[in-house]
Design a protein around this ligand. Structure first.
Ligand SMILES: [Zn+2]
Length: 339
């Protein structure tokens, strides 16, 4: 039996199960067949496998869970059947029509995309916890070197769910989880050793490469993600985020523009010596109402600023979405603003 609430939450699909015009024994999602035409939750799904149906369009109904899941997750029915069977022990078969097969030939990029479940951390990547103080010492020392006070370290590790590894591909890196909405999408590891030539190493979204490393694949490339996304969605106060690199990708721009609507201000925070290579990004964001702000000249980056310096700098920007240059800058600013 398919546990729809579990499935929908796993893939971050919004659903309602109570309230006006819902009936018991069903959950409701935005109809994936109506698409943008459904601004509510008009697709009812029976929790006891009696099928699904849309209130807006009578043709949007059926009994096949694979057909609905394929449409909701924008994958093929075969992939949907695989997910459902693996997760819920069902023995569904994909109902591939001639049209599906033709589509696979003519639009391979649409159908070839393998379905990827949210990754889970391998056992060697562990949370940085005060109960493991001694083992975590090299990692907490690194955070001290980035300007945190001893007294803030554990709160920072907890707030951003920071992890560490002593073995495996992420050994001696501080691992930063990266979310798509509220679902873990990928993670990146910052080397704590300054000799390490690759400062950041990120979980790949290529399933074959991931397998070669004995790691789960990321659901998205990190360039489609923003740091701190779950917090950004709770916009009751100011929050900071960053892109993971100097380039602003379209997915990130979409997310930033959507998220900025939840805040009163949107600020792009730049290091005092930011160079020309960021200018295209600044330009693009300015078009969407972001203002650019350089940190005071006496600091090189937010890591050199105290919590009070950060708060002073952004004092006149209430309820702001602040975009920083890197994840450690963003963590620092976010932590200062939400303390
Ligand atoms: Zn519909």
């Amino acid at each position: 039996m398919i546990d729809w609430p579990v499935l929908l939450s796993t893939y971050n699909i919004e659903f309602v199960d109570s309230g006006p015009s819902t009936s018991r024994g069903n959950v409701y999602v935005r109809c994936p067949f109506c698409g943008a035409a459904d601004q509510g939750h008009h697709m009812g799904i029976s929790l006891s496998n009696k099928g699904w149906g849309c209130w807006k369009n009578k043709q949007h109904r059926g009994r096949s869970p694979t057909r609905l899941v394929a449409r909701l997750l924008r994958i093929t029915e075969l992939q949907a059947a695989t997910i459902l069977n693996r997760r819920f022990g069902t023995s569904l078969e994909a109902n591939t029509t001639l049209l599906d097969r033709a589509r696979a030939i003519f639009y391979p990029e649409e159908t070839k995309q393998p379905v990827i479940e949210p990754p889970t951390f391998p056992s060697e990547i562990k949370p940085i916890l005060p109960t493991k103080r001694a083992t975590c010492r090299p990692f907490t020392n690194y955070l001290l070197s980035r300007g945190y006070d001893e007294s803030d370290i554990w709160a920072v590790c907890g707030k951003y769910s920071l992890r560490y590894a002593l073995s495996g591909p992420f050994a001696y890196r501080i691992v930063i989880p990266v979310y798509d909405g509220f679902t873990l999408a990928t993670w990146t590891g910052r080397a704590i050793n300054s000799e390490e030539s690759l400062r950041y190493w990120t979980l790949t979204s290529d399933p074959l490469k991931a397998e070669a490393w004995n790691l789960p694949p990321a659901t998205k490339p990190i360039t489609d993600c923003l740091f701190n996304e779950p917090a950004l969605l709770e916009a009751e106060e100011s929050h900071a985020t960053c892109l993971f690199g100097k380039v602003l990708y379209d997915e990130q721009l979409d997310k930033l523009v959507e998220l900025s609507k939840l805040y009163d201000n949107a600020v792009l925070l730049l290091d005092s010596d930011t160079e020309l290579d960021s200018f295209i990004m600044i330009d693009r964001l300015k078009r969407y109402g972001f203002s650019a702000m350089k940190i005071p000249r006496r600091f090189k980056d937010p890591g050199e600023m105290t919590m009070d310096d950060v708060r002073d700098m952004l004092r006149s920007n209430k309820r702001s979405l602040v975009v920083c240059e890197g994840p450690f800058d963003a963590m620092r600013v976010d932590y200062a603003l939400t303390q």
